[in-house]
Design a protein around this ligand. Structure first.
Ligand SMILES: Nc1ncnc2c1ncn2[C@@H]1O[C@H](COP(=O)(O)OP(=O)(O)OP(=O)(O)O)[C@@H](O)[C@H]1O
Ligand SMILES: Cc1cn([C@H]2C[C@H](O)[C@@H](COP(=O)(O)O)O2)c(=O)[nH]c1=O
Length: 207
């Protein structure tokens, strides 16, 4: 495990679109606040004024794949400097709806960008920062798609076909195997109640 130079905790939520991340972020936030923790809830791309502007472009405009990856990491650099690092230094718990694993899964796995380039960007943008815990909400693209269709109109990523989401899912699962210390894979095809029980146990382990 990497050496930490802060007293806070950094938890990331990952999974394909519609896997259920947002649903459970609220639950975890309530759980931690009830335990008197200071919690900062944020998201990627986004989380800062500049990052939210980049999010609009990233989710709605057509662009070159490398431009997409670079803008994801540009938004992330701002997010780390303005939100994540200051919060961790204060000793807060940071909950982020996605982080760098999403770039590996979507731009790497989904769209086929060379993972070596992604590792170089990661090394540049946050050489010493990794989540303490990454909750990977794992579900088939078919189930996720059915949930999303019932919930809202799709953005650029959500309009992709199931082949794309199968590749995204595979890359997430590959990373979960590569980094078993921080990843916990949650079977997100279960009921919301059953998933909450699993999450409670996992958060408890962080202390
Ligand atoms: N375990 C579950 N069982 C049934 N429905 C669920 C479950 N989890 C979430 N949902 C529903 O599925 C929809 C998508 O969930 P949610 O917005 O939490 O997904 P998400 O992973 O945050 O998606 P995105 O990454 O696209 O923002 C919502 O309508 C939510 O109520
Ligand atoms: C951080 C990050 C995100 N994405 C994609 C994944 C999702 O389709 C959207 C974000 O939408 P959400 O409803 O907030 O999940 O962006 C990506 O492709 N690469 C990334 O690094």
């Amino acid at each position: 495990m990497e050496q930490k130079n802060h007293s806070g905790r950094f938890i990331t939520f990952e999974g394909i679109d519609g896997a259920g991340k947002s649903t459970h972020i609220q639950f975890v936030t309530d759980l931690l606040r009830a335990d008197n923790r200071q919690v900062v809830v944020t998201r990627e791309p986004g989380g800062t004024v500049l990052g939210e502007k980049l999010r609009e472009m990233l989710l709605h405009d057509k662009m070159n794949l490398e431009t997409e990856a670079l803008l994801m990491f540009a938004a992330r650099r701002e997010h780390i400097a303005e939100v994540i690092e200051p919060a961790l230094q204060r000793g807060d718990w940071v909950i982020s709806d996605r982080f760098t694993d999403a770039s590996f899964a979507y731009q790497g796995g989904g769209r086929g960008l060379d993972l070596h380039k992604m590792r170089q960007l990661e090394e540049w943008v946050h050489p010493h920062l990794q989540p303490d815990l990454t909750l990977l909400f794992d579900v088939s693209p078919e189930v996720a798609q059915a949930r999303l269709e019932a919930a809202r109109s799709p953005d650029k990523f959500e309009r992709e076909k199931s082949g794309f989401f199968n590749r995204v899912r595979d890359e997430y699962l590959r990373r979960a195997k590569e980094f078993p210390d921080r990843f916990r894979v949650i079977d997100s095809s279960r009921s919301i109640e059953a998933i909450r029980e699993t999450i409670k146990g996992l958060i408890g382990e962080l202390g």
